[in-house]
Write a protein that binds this ligand. Structure first.
Ligand code: MG
Length: 165
């Protein structure tokens, strides 16, 4: 088995859609970034790369690569999932936490879990997404941005149940 953790934070800015966990959320601002700024998918992808011992997102998807400009975060996660399968690992589970002062995200968590599970090709019950506010503290508490962290457990596909659900 392998464990990995990931973290990401992006700034909120007007005039962009807010996309978290592959789900578009109604809000007056969205996250800055090359693509959709989806901090949750970035944290999950980073955790998966970490569990594989394959560095970080910047190494695999460098912002200097013009071919990757505007690449969707969903596509990034799909590509990382393919690396996982190539290395003969399956996803045992994913647990993630979004840190956001606003908007309220509770009603969207199940959709995010479903989207992430679908992108990874695992059963939805293997993916858990939580949300917390930072209780008004710091930059995120002032609503300047949104952060996410994720932990993943991988299991060798050669050991039987590969996480296909
Ligand atoms: Mg990011």
């Amino acid at each position: 088995m392998r464990i990995g953790q990931g973290f990401d934070a992006h700034r909120l800015t007007p005039g962009r859609p807010l996309v978290l966990g592959g789900v578009e959320i109604p809000f007056d601002r969205g996250l800055e970034g090359h693509s959709d700024g989806d901090v949750l998918l970035h944290a999950v992808a980073s955790a998966l790369l970490g569990a594989l011992g394959e560095g970080d997102l910047g190494r695999h998807f460098p912002s200097s690569d013009a071919a990757l400009r505007g690449v969707a975060s969903t596509e990034i996660l799909v590509r990382v999932a393919a690396r996982l399968r190539a290395a003969a690992f399956g996803v045992a589970n994913v647990d993630a936490t979004i840190v956001a002062q606003a908007p309220r995200l509770g009603a969207h968590l199940a959709a995010m879990e479903g989207a992430i599970a679908s992108l990874l090709g695992v059963a939805a019950e293997r993916v858990n997404v939580k949300v917390t506010s930072s209780d008004g503290l710091g930059a995120i508490g002032r609503g300047e941005g949104i952060a996410a962290q994720a932990v993943v457990l991988l299991e060798s596909a050669e050991g039987g149940d590969a996480g296909g659900g």
